[in-house]
Design a protein around this ligand. Structure first.
Ligand SMILES: Nc1ncnc2c1ncn2[C@@H]1O[C@H](COP(=O)(O)OP(=O)(O)OP(=O)(O)O)[C@@H](O)[C@H]1O
Length: 240
């Protein structure tokens, strides 16, 4: 699914935001930028958790700016993963199919297939607390799979994992994107995450997309001073 943001305005206290951005179907775009730049807000505007003051969000050319979050074809994974501690892994995934967990036989099979796809075959009966952090991330991705939404938003989803596990999860996201033709927007604090799976990167600063382009080019050229400060290539001006 193609995503377009056009002059999408939002405001939090002192920060005026206005986003213009276009993401192609099946693309993975990374959103990098200092803390407080507006990256999570940008994802929230796409998911519909935040209501824009003006401007427009389009999915495949259709204006969804006024569409409530539950009706948008979007799955979001946050760092906390939103797993229910008292429900089994399989039920946590099943919630993606039916909020009351009344699943038919085919849906149970779909849950099992999704767990197998993310490498959790046979672990459906466990509680989230009986899994490692990496495995809990996999549960969140299995839920994304059963929801079958074409747009996946990752908001620092793997920030709590060490580098090796984070890379494993990024590679899994990349594989799922290819399998399903998902469009992925990924907020991260690690330029390495962008280099690993995002063909393009947008640099967000003070409520605007300051630069967007091929990831290696954006990170390599580091043309604008805020980007150089973010990357730490200018002494004494890092902003977060
Ligand atoms: N619920 C809120 N109420 C008021 N201000 C908010 C709220 N959420 C975020 N903000 C402010 O809006 C700005 C953008 O926040 P946002 O979380 O989008 O930034 P971010 O780039 O995702 O930061 P981080 O990398 O630290 O998560 C910040 O100045 C933040 O303090």
């Amino acid at each position: 699914m193609r995503v377009e943001l056009e002059a999408l305005r939002f405001r939090y206290a002192a920060l005026e935001m206005c986003f213009d951005l276009s993401v192609a179907t099946g693309e993975c775009l990374a959103l990098l930028g200092p803390s407080g730049a507006g990256k999570s807000t940008l994802l929230g505007l796409i998911a519909g958790f935040e209501r824009a003051l003006s401007g427009c969000v389009r999915f495949d050319g259709v204006d969804v700016t006024q569409v409530p979050p539950a009706l948008r074809p979007v799955s979001t994974v946050f760092q906390e993963h939103n797993l229910f501690p008292h429900l089994s892994v399989a039920d946590n995934v099943g919630l993606g199919l039916h909020p009351g967990l009344r699943l038919d036989r085919a849906q149970h099979a779909e849950v099992a297939a999704a767990l197998a796809r993310v490498g959790l075959d046979g672990l459906g009966a466990r509680l989230p607390a009986q899994l490692s952090g990496g495995q809990r991330s996999r549960v969140a991705l299995a839920r994304v799979l059963v929801r079958r939404r074409p747009l996946l938003l990752l908001d620092e989803a793997f920030a709590a994992l060490g580098p090796a596990l984070r890379n494993e999860m990024l590679d899994l996201v990349d594989a799922l994107r290819r399998d399903r033709g998902l469009t992925v927007l990924m907020v991260s604090h690690h330029p390495d995450d962008a280099l690993r799976i995002a063909a393009r990167t947008a640099f967000v600063h003070a409520g605007h997309v300051l630069q967007v382009g091929a990831t290696a080019a954006v990170l390599g050229a580091a043309a604008c001073p805020p980007l150089r400060a973010y990357l730490g290539t200018v002494e004494g001006t890092a902003t977060g």
